[in-house]
Design a protein around this ligand. Structure first.
Ligand code: FES
Length: 104
């Protein structure tokens, strides 16, 4: 397990996501209010970057820009078609202004 510094809190506004790459792992970091969520940045329907999609703060989901599947940011579950398989989730640690992710 490794804690990896991704960014500062204010680098990401609520309702947005950004992609980070760390040693071959693609991470989509999303912000909903003051909470941060990290999921695998690869749609389970096809290989497409989820961080390019819309973050829905009301439902805490991210919508794949390619075909519209949505994923629960808290669990990684696919909540709408055409995706049916969940994506990975990673623990996020907010340490002061630092936003870190825990990678296996
Ligand atoms: S690639 Fe994401 S829904 Fe098709």
């Amino acid at each position: 397990m490794a804690e990896v510094l991704l960014c500062q809190r204010n680098d990401l506004e609520s309702g947005t996501a950004r992609r980070f790459d760390h040693e071959g792992t693609r991470i989509a970091l999303a912000r909903v209010g003051d909470q941060f969520f990290a999921i695998g940045d690869r749609c389970s329907h096809e290989d497409f970057s989820l961080s390019l999609g819309a973050v829905h703060v009301d439902t805490c989901e991210i919508e794949c820009e390619r075909h519209g599947a949505s994923f629960d940011l808290t669990s990684g579950a696919a909540v709408s078609f055409p995706a049916t398989v969940p994506v990975a989730t990673y623990e996020v640690i907010v340490d002061g202004d630092d936003v870190k992710v825990v990678l296996p």
